[in-house]
Design a protein around this ligand. Structure first.
Ligand code: GRF
Length: 197
Protein backbone atom coordinates (compact mmCIF):
# COMPACT_ATOMS: atom_id res chain seq x y z
CA UNK A 1 0.00 0.00 0.00
CA UNK A 2 1.56 3.32 -1.07
CA UNK A 3 1.98 6.19 1.28
CA UNK A 4 -0.30 9.12 0.40
CA UNK A 5 1.42 12.47 -0.11
CA UNK A 6 -0.39 15.83 -0.11
CA UNK A 7 1.54 18.69 -1.72
CA UNK A 8 0.80 22.30 -0.78
CA UNK A 9 1.60 25.05 -3.29
CA UNK A 10 1.05 28.76 -3.82
CA UNK A 11 2.53 29.29 -7.27
CA UNK A 12 3.95 27.60 -10.36
CA UNK A 13 4.41 24.28 -8.60
CA UNK A 14 7.70 23.29 -10.24
CA UNK A 15 8.72 21.45 -7.07
CA UNK A 16 5.29 19.79 -6.96
CA UNK A 17 5.80 18.55 -10.53
CA UNK A 18 9.23 17.17 -9.67
CA UNK A 19 7.83 15.38 -6.61
CA UNK A 20 4.81 14.01 -8.48
CA UNK A 21 6.94 12.77 -11.38
CA UNK A 22 9.24 10.97 -8.94
CA UNK A 23 6.40 9.03 -7.27
CA UNK A 24 6.13 6.25 -9.85
CA UNK A 25 7.13 2.62 -10.26
CA UNK A 26 8.62 1.13 -7.10
CA UNK A 27 8.42 4.43 -5.23
CA UNK A 28 6.66 3.77 -1.89
CA UNK A 29 4.47 6.91 -2.16
CA UNK A 30 1.95 8.47 -4.49
CA UNK A 31 0.52 12.02 -4.64
CA UNK A 32 -3.03 12.12 -3.25
CA UNK A 33 -3.75 15.88 -3.38
CA UNK A 34 -2.33 19.18 -4.57
CA UNK A 35 -3.74 21.94 -2.36
CA UNK A 36 -3.23 25.67 -2.90
CA UNK A 37 -4.10 28.81 -0.95
CA UNK A 38 -4.34 30.66 -4.26
CA UNK A 39 -7.05 29.88 -6.85
CA UNK A 40 -4.75 31.24 -9.60
CA UNK A 41 -1.74 29.05 -8.74
CA UNK A 42 -0.29 27.72 -12.00
CA UNK A 43 0.56 24.45 -10.31
CA UNK A 44 -3.14 23.54 -10.00
CA UNK A 45 -3.51 23.13 -13.77
CA UNK A 46 -0.20 21.20 -13.91
CA UNK A 47 -1.44 18.84 -11.18
CA UNK A 48 -4.74 18.29 -12.98
CA UNK A 49 -2.87 17.50 -16.20
CA UNK A 50 -1.01 14.83 -14.23
CA UNK A 51 -4.28 13.39 -12.95
CA UNK A 52 -3.71 14.50 -9.36
CA UNK A 53 -6.77 15.66 -7.35
CA UNK A 54 -6.60 19.36 -6.50
CA UNK A 55 -8.23 21.65 -3.98
CA UNK A 56 -8.12 25.35 -3.16
CA UNK A 57 -8.51 27.02 0.22
CA UNK A 58 -8.22 30.69 -0.62
CA UNK A 59 -6.66 32.44 2.37
CA UNK A 60 -7.99 35.87 1.45
CA UNK A 61 -11.62 35.53 2.70
CA UNK A 62 -10.25 34.55 6.14
CA UNK A 63 -8.36 37.84 6.52
CA UNK A 64 -6.34 37.82 9.72
CA UNK A 65 -8.22 34.81 11.10
CA UNK A 66 -5.37 32.32 10.74
CA UNK A 67 -7.12 29.69 12.88
CA UNK A 68 -10.16 29.64 10.58
CA UNK A 69 -7.98 29.42 7.46
CA UNK A 70 -5.94 26.58 8.92
CA UNK A 71 -9.12 24.82 10.02
CA UNK A 72 -10.30 24.89 6.41
CA UNK A 73 -6.89 23.61 5.27
CA UNK A 74 -7.15 20.77 7.78
CA UNK A 75 -10.58 19.81 6.45
CA UNK A 76 -9.35 19.73 2.85
CA UNK A 77 -6.36 17.65 3.91
CA UNK A 78 -8.37 15.25 6.07
CA UNK A 79 -10.51 14.36 3.07
CA UNK A 80 -7.35 13.20 1.24
CA UNK A 81 -6.00 11.18 4.18
CA UNK A 82 -2.31 12.06 3.62
CA UNK A 83 0.47 10.13 5.35
CA UNK A 84 2.98 12.87 4.45
CA UNK A 85 2.61 16.55 3.60
CA UNK A 86 5.12 18.33 1.35
CA UNK A 87 5.13 22.14 1.32
CA UNK A 88 6.42 23.11 -2.12
CA UNK A 89 6.48 26.83 -2.73
CA UNK A 90 3.70 27.24 -0.15
CA UNK A 91 3.90 30.85 0.96
CA UNK A 92 1.74 30.96 4.08
CA UNK A 93 3.23 30.63 7.56
CA UNK A 94 1.51 27.78 9.41
CA UNK A 95 0.75 28.11 13.10
CA UNK A 96 1.78 25.74 15.91
CA UNK A 97 -1.60 23.96 16.11
CA UNK A 98 -1.54 23.08 12.40
CA UNK A 99 2.12 22.09 12.49
CA UNK A 100 1.62 20.08 15.67
CA UNK A 101 -1.20 18.10 14.06
CA UNK A 102 1.31 16.88 11.44
CA UNK A 103 4.47 16.72 13.55
CA UNK A 104 7.14 14.56 11.95
CA UNK A 105 5.08 14.13 8.76
CA UNK A 106 5.41 17.55 7.10
CA UNK A 107 8.35 18.64 4.94
CA UNK A 108 9.32 21.95 3.38
CA UNK A 109 11.88 23.12 0.86
CA UNK A 110 13.56 26.44 1.53
CA UNK A 111 15.87 28.23 -0.95
CA UNK A 112 18.87 28.70 1.33
CA UNK A 113 21.48 26.67 3.20
CA UNK A 114 19.67 26.70 6.57
CA UNK A 115 20.20 27.78 9.25
CA UNK A 116 21.39 30.71 7.14
CA UNK A 117 18.71 33.05 5.74
CA UNK A 118 15.43 31.89 7.22
CA UNK A 119 12.48 33.78 5.76
CA UNK A 120 12.35 35.66 2.48
CA UNK A 121 14.75 37.12 -0.09
CA UNK A 122 17.30 34.39 0.57
CA UNK A 123 19.29 34.76 -2.64
CA UNK A 124 19.61 38.55 -2.37
CA UNK A 125 20.83 38.13 1.21
CA UNK A 126 23.44 35.54 0.24
CA UNK A 127 24.74 37.79 -2.53
CA UNK A 128 24.78 40.85 -0.26
CA UNK A 129 26.73 38.87 2.34
CA UNK A 130 29.33 37.93 -0.26
CA UNK A 131 28.74 34.20 0.22
CA UNK A 132 30.67 31.92 -2.13
CA UNK A 133 27.91 29.34 -2.12
CA UNK A 134 24.15 29.12 -1.74
CA UNK A 135 21.55 26.41 -2.19
CA UNK A 136 18.40 24.85 -0.77
CA UNK A 137 17.32 22.82 2.22
CA UNK A 138 14.57 20.27 2.82
CA UNK A 139 13.58 20.15 6.47
CA UNK A 140 10.89 18.84 8.76
CA UNK A 141 8.38 21.56 9.53
CA UNK A 142 8.26 22.63 13.18
CA UNK A 143 6.44 25.59 14.76
CA UNK A 144 9.51 27.83 14.38
CA UNK A 145 9.89 29.24 10.84
CA UNK A 146 12.35 27.37 8.58
CA UNK A 147 13.88 25.73 11.65
CA UNK A 148 13.12 22.01 11.77
CA UNK A 149 15.54 19.06 11.47
CA UNK A 150 17.42 19.20 8.17
CA UNK A 151 16.72 16.24 5.86
CA UNK A 152 18.74 17.36 2.86
CA UNK A 153 20.78 20.18 1.37
CA UNK A 154 22.06 21.02 -2.10
CA UNK A 155 24.84 23.54 -2.72
CA UNK A 156 25.60 25.75 -5.73
CA UNK A 157 28.35 28.35 -6.26
CA UNK A 158 27.52 32.05 -6.07
CA UNK A 159 29.16 33.77 -9.06
CA UNK A 160 30.48 37.34 -8.96
CA UNK A 161 27.98 38.56 -11.52
CA UNK A 162 25.02 36.81 -9.91
CA UNK A 163 21.73 38.57 -9.36
CA UNK A 164 19.00 37.08 -7.14
CA UNK A 165 17.34 35.90 -10.36
CA UNK A 166 20.40 34.15 -11.80
CA UNK A 167 21.16 32.54 -8.47
CA UNK A 168 17.55 31.37 -8.10
CA UNK A 169 17.76 29.87 -11.58
CA UNK A 170 20.84 27.89 -10.51
CA UNK A 171 19.25 26.73 -7.22
CA UNK A 172 15.83 25.71 -8.54
CA UNK A 173 17.02 22.71 -10.59
CA UNK A 174 18.84 21.49 -7.48
CA UNK A 175 15.56 21.78 -5.55
CA UNK A 176 13.95 19.58 -8.16
CA UNK A 177 16.68 16.97 -7.62
CA UNK A 178 16.91 17.20 -3.83
CA UNK A 179 13.24 17.20 -2.80
CA UNK A 180 12.30 13.95 -4.59
CA UNK A 181 15.37 12.21 -3.16
CA UNK A 182 14.49 13.30 0.37
CA UNK A 183 10.81 12.42 -0.02
CA UNK A 184 11.63 8.92 -1.27
CA UNK A 185 14.02 8.34 1.62
CA UNK A 186 11.53 9.64 4.22
CA UNK A 187 8.75 7.53 2.67
CA UNK A 188 11.02 4.51 3.21
CA UNK A 189 11.38 5.46 6.86
CA UNK A 190 14.88 6.86 6.63
CA UNK A 191 15.50 10.44 7.78
CA UNK A 192 19.28 10.34 7.28
CA UNK A 193 20.15 13.74 5.74
CA UNK A 194 21.14 13.89 2.05
CA UNK A 195 23.79 16.30 0.72
CA UNK A 196 24.15 17.25 -2.96
CA UNK A 197 26.42 17.34 -4.85
C1 GRF B 1 11.17 27.83 -4.86
O1 GRF B 1 12.35 28.59 -4.93
C2 GRF B 1 11.05 27.23 -3.47
O2 GRF B 1 12.31 27.03 -2.87
C3 GRF B 1 10.29 28.25 -2.72
O3 GRF B 1 9.31 28.69 -3.66
C4 GRF B 1 9.94 28.76 -4.96
C5 GRF B 1 8.95 28.40 -6.05
O4 GRF B 1 8.67 27.05 -5.93
N1 GRF B 1 9.72 27.71 -1.51
P1 GRF B 1 7.70 26.29 -7.01
O5 GRF B 1 8.24 26.55 -8.40
O6 GRF B 1 6.31 26.88 -6.86
O7 GRF B 1 7.80 24.85 -6.61
Amino acid sequence: MSLRVAILISGSGSNMVALARSMQGDHPARPCLVLSNRPDAGGLARASEMGIPTAVVDHRPFGANRAAFEGALQEALAAARPDLIALAGFMRILGPDFVGAHAGRMLNIHPSLLPKYRGLDTHARAIAAGDSEAGCTVHEVTPALDDGPILGQARVPVLPEDTPETLAARVLPMEHRLYPLVLRRVAMGDKTPITLP
